[in-house]
Ligand binder design. Structure first.
Ligand SMILES: [Zn+2]
Length: 80
């Protein structure tokens, strides 16, 4: 397996969709190639960051309606 092939299969590897034979080839390349080991690590980190960024966006999107409800409730509760 070449570094180029490694990069092409990286997504499938991370998602666990490689066949057993492909995975064995992949792991063998990984054991021999420091560049691809580093690449895999940064790839995984990127996925993690993307996931947490998405979570933050979801939280931010969820927050405003609750905030609005809380403000409305506070206004109603306050005697005029
Ligand atoms: Zn490589």
């Amino acid at each position: 397996m070449t570094c180029r092939e490694f990069a092409e299969f990286l997504d499938a590897y991370v998602n666990g969709t490689l066949s057993t034979a492909q995975r064995a080839e992949f792991d063998r390349h990984l054991a021999l190639c420091t560049a691809c080991t580093n690449y895999l690590q940064s790839y995984r980190k990127t996925i993690e960051l993307a996931r947490s960024a998405k979570r933050d966006v979801e939280l931010a999107a969820d927050a405003p309606p609750e905030l609005v409800r809380a403000i409305l409730a506070a206004r109603k509760a306050r005697p005029e």
